[in-house]
Design a protein around this ligand. Structure first.
Ligand code: C2E
Ligand code: CA
Ligand code: CA
Length: 575
C-alpha cells in the first residue's frame, strides 16, 4: 500500500510520455535551482509546435506522440549536459517549458537542432516551433509567475512569422495588467449592463431581404470606454469567463425575440457566437434548452455560429454536441470557414447547415484573382453538400454583385449594414418589406417563402389575421409539426402562437387524427385545397368542432408543408 503511494507520487513528478518533469514538479525543481543561483541570470522558456494538431490529424496520435517523445529525448539530453543547472518540463500536449541560465540557449541554433532531429522522422511535413522567453528581472517572482510571462511572450508570436520567438517586455507587462483589470471588472460590468448586444443583419443576395442577423457583443466599459471584442473575447476564452458572457448574450437575444413576438413585430433568426470553450462544458445543450423553455421560443429563432477550432481539438465531442443541438432543431452555421484547417472531411462529419466564409478571402479579392476563385469553389462545394453560404465582410457593390453571380446565398458586411444597437435594429426591421404576398401561397414552395412567413412580417400578418386561424405545418414520418400560426389561431385555441411545444397532433381529438391525416394526403396528391371537419381540443380542455381547409405548399427537408385555415364551428353546431 505504502509502496503504491510512493509510486504514485513518483509518477506525478514525471510526464509519462517524455519522462520530463510534470507541471508542479517543474515548478518545485526550478525553484530549488534558482534558490542556489543568481536568479537574474536565468531565463524561463516556453515552446509550442505550430499546428501540432495537424500532425495528429494527418498522421494519427501515435505519430504525434512519437514527435513529442523524440523532442523529450532531445531536451533530456540537453538537461543532462547542463550539470543540474537546467530544468525542463512538459505541461500538456506540445507545450514544453525550461528554466536555464542566460546565454545557455542560442535560439536559432536550438531551433535548427530540434528541426534536424524531427526531419529524420520522415513525416513529410514541416514542423515549426515558436518560443516565448522571460528573462528574470524580479527577484521576488515565483517560477509559476515567470512561466506565465513566458507564455504571454509565446502568445505574442505570429505562427510562421519572421521571428519564431519573443522576449517578454514592458508592453507585454502592460497588456497583462490591462487583462487583469478587464478580467476583474467583468462580472461587475455584466451586472451593470455594460455589455450590450449589437445586431448585424444578413441579406439575401437575390431578394435583397434581411434573412437573419448576427448578435455581436459590445463592451461599454465605465472607465476604459469601448473595449473591442478582439481584445476581450480571447482573454475570456483563456480564463473561462466567456461561458458566462456567452450565456448572457444568448439570453439577451432570447429576450429580444420573445418581446418582438409578443408585440407582433417582425423577426428574423438571430445567430449567436458559440465559443470553443462553451463546448467543453457538457451542459451547453441543457443551457440552450432551458433558455428556449424559459422564453417559450421555437429553436429556429436562435441560430448557432460555431468555429472549426473545436473540431481540431476534439472532433468526437463536437460531433456529439452538434448532433444533440440539431436534434433540438437548431440551425448551425460554421463560422470563419476557410480561416483554419477546413476540410471536406469535417463538413461530411458535422451536421452544419450553413457555411460562413471567412472575410479573409474577400479582403484579398481586389489584389488576387485566386481569392475570388477560392470563394467560387467554396460556394460550389457547399451547393453539392446542400449547405447555404453566407459571405462575411462584404464592403462594396462589386463584391456583392460578384457573390450574387456565383450563387452565394447571403451577405453580411458594411456594404449592407454595420452591427447596430438593438433599437436601431428594431427600426430597421420595422421598415422591412417582404416579397409580394403571392409568393407565399405557391405550390412551388421553397425556403424563401417559408422564411417569409417565418419572418413574421407585419403587413402580411395583418392580412392573414383577417382570415381567422391559419397554421403552417410540416408533416414528416407521421409527425405533424406546427411551424407557424397567426393571431387568429391563437384566439381559437387560446394559446401562444409560437412555443416550444408545437406538436400539431396535440389539439386534435385522437379519434379524428386519421381524418386530418387523410385530408392532408389528399391535398398533396390532388394538388387542390381540401376541406374537412374534425373535433379539436381547446387549450383549456373543452371540445371544439372545426372546419379546416388545407393547401399543400411543397417539400422541405423531406417533410410535406401545408398551410391550413381553421374556422371554429362549435357555437354554430349548437344552434
Ligand atoms: P466574427 O464572429 O467573425 O464576427 C464578425 C466580425 O466582423 C465582427 O467583429 C463584425 O463587426 C466584423 N465585420 C462585419 N462586417 C464587416 C465588414 O464589412 N468589414 C470588416 N472589416 N469587418 C466586418 P466584432 O464585432 O469586432 O467581433 C469580433 C469577433 O469577436 C467575432 O468575429 C467573434 O469571433 C467574437 N465575438 C463577438 N461577439 C461575440 C460573442 O457574443 N461571443 C463570442 N464567443 N464571441 C464573440
Ligand atoms: Ca460569428
Ligand atoms: Ca466570422
Amino acid at each position: 500500500m505504502k509502496e503504491d503511494v510512493i509510486e504514485q507520487a513518483e509518477f506525478a513528478k514525471y510526464d509519462g510520455l517524455t519522462g520530463l518533469y510534470s507541471r508542479q514538479y517543474f515548478f518545485a525543481q526550478a525553484e530549488k535551482v534558482l534558490s542556489t543561483h543568481q536568479r537574474k541570470e536565468y531565463i524561463v522558456v516556453c515552446s509550442n509546435i505550430v499546428k501540432f494538431k495537424l500532425v495528429n490529424e494527418l498522421f494519427g496520435t501515435s505519430a504525434g506522440d512519437y514527435v513529442l517523445k523524440t523532442l523529450g529525448e532531445v531536451v533530456r539530453r540537453w538537461q543532462r549536459d547542463s550539470h543540474g543547472r537546467d530544468v525542463f518540463g512538459r505541461f500538456h500536449s506540445d507545450h514544453f517549458v525550461g528554466c536555464m541560465p542566460l546565454g545557455r540557449l542560442h535560439m536559432q541554433s536550438f531551433i535548427g537542432y530540434c528541426q534536424a532531429v524531427l526531419e529524420k522522422l520522415d513525416l513529410n511535413i514541416n514542423v515549426n516551433f515558436t518560443f516565448g522567453i522571460y528573462k528574470v528581472n524580479d527577484e521576488n517572482m515565483t517560477v509559476k509567475e515567470m512561466t506565465d510571462c513566458a507564455i504571454v511572450a509565446l502568445q505574442s508570436v505570429t505562427p510562421n512569422g519572421s521571428k519564431p520567438y519573443a522576449v517578454y517586455d514592458n508592453i507585454m507587462q502592460d497588456k497583462i495588467r490591462r487583462d487583469q483589470m478587464l478580467a476583474a471588472s467583468m462580472k461587475n460590468s455584466l451586472d451593470s449592463g455594460e455589455f450590450q448586444v449589437f445586431y448585424q443583419p444578413m441579406y439575401d443576395f437575390s431578394t435583397k431581404q434581411i434573412t437573419r442577423a448576427e448578435a455581436l457583443v459590445r463592451w461599454f466599459h465605465s472607465q476604459l470606454g469601448t473595449v473591442r471584442p478582439n481584445e476581450f473575447i480571447p482573454l475570456f476564452e483563456r480564463n473561462g469567463m466567456i461561458v458566462l458572457l456567452d450565456l448572457y448574450i444568448w439570453e439577451t437575444v432570447c429576450q429580444h425575440q420573445r418581446q418582438c413576438l409578443d408585440v407582433m413585430r417582425p423577426i428574423v433568426p438571430v445567430s449567436v457566437n458559440v465559443s470553443r470553450v462553451d463546448f467543453y462544458h457538457q451542459d451547453i445543450v441543457e443551457r440552450l434548452t432551458i433558455l428556449l423553455k424559459k422564453y417559450d421560443l421555437p429553436p429556429w429563432v436562435l441560430e448557432l455560429e460555431v468555429t472549426e477550432s473545436v473540431y481540431m481539438d476534439d472532433p468526437r465531442q463536437m460531433h456529439v454536441i452538434l448532433m444533440q443541438l440539431k436534434e433540438l432543431g437548431f440551425h448551425i452555421l460554421m463560422d470563419d470557414f476557410g480561416s483554419g484547417y477546413s476540410s471536406l472531411n469535417m463538413l461530411m462529419n458535422l451536421p452544419v447547415d450553413t457555411l460562413k466564409i471567412d472575410m479573409l478571402f474577400i479582403r484579398q479579392m481586389d489584389i488576387s484573382q485566386r481569392a475570388g476563385d477560392i470563394i467560387g469553389s467554396i460556394v460550389r462545394m457547399a451547393q453539392w453538400l446542400n449547405l447555404e453560404t453566407v459571405m462575411e465582410g462584404v464592403e462594396t457593390r462589386t463584391q456583392s454583385e460578384y457573390l450574387k453571380n456565383i450563387g452565394c446565398n447571403t451577405g453580411q458586411g458594411y456594404y449592407f449594414s454595420k452591427p447596430i444597437s438593438e433599437s436601431d435594429f428594431l427600426h430597421l426591421m420595422d421598415e422591412y418589406t417582404p416579397p409580394a404576398s403571392e409568393e407565399i401561397i405557391n405550390t412551388d414552395y421553397n425556403m424563401s417563402c417559408y422564411k417569409t412567413i417565418m419572418a413574421y412580417d407585419r403587413k402580411i400578418m395583418g392580412l392573414l389575421d383577417l382570415l381567422n386561424g391559419i397554421g403552417l405545418y410540416e408533416l414528416k414520418n407521421s409527425t405533424l409539426i406546427l411551424l407557424w400560426a397567426n393571431h387568429g389561431y391563437a384566439q381559437i385555441w387560446g394559446r401562444h402562437t409560437l412555443s416550444t411545444s408545437n406538436d400539431g397532433w396535440n389539439p386534435i381529438q385522437p379519434a379524428d387524427q386519421i381524418i386530418v391525416q387523410r385530408s392532408l394526403e389528399q391535398a398533396k396528391w390532388k394538388k387542390e385545397t381540401v376541406s374537412f371537419t374534425y373535433h379539436s381540443i381547446h387549450y383549456d380542455g373543452h371540445s371544439m368542432l372545426m372546419y379546416a381547409r388545407a393547401h399543400y405548399l411543397g417539400m422541405r427537408n423531406n417533410g410535406d408543408v401545408y398551410l391550413i385555415t381553421f374556422f371554429d364551428l362549435t357555437d354554430w353546431s349548437c344552434l
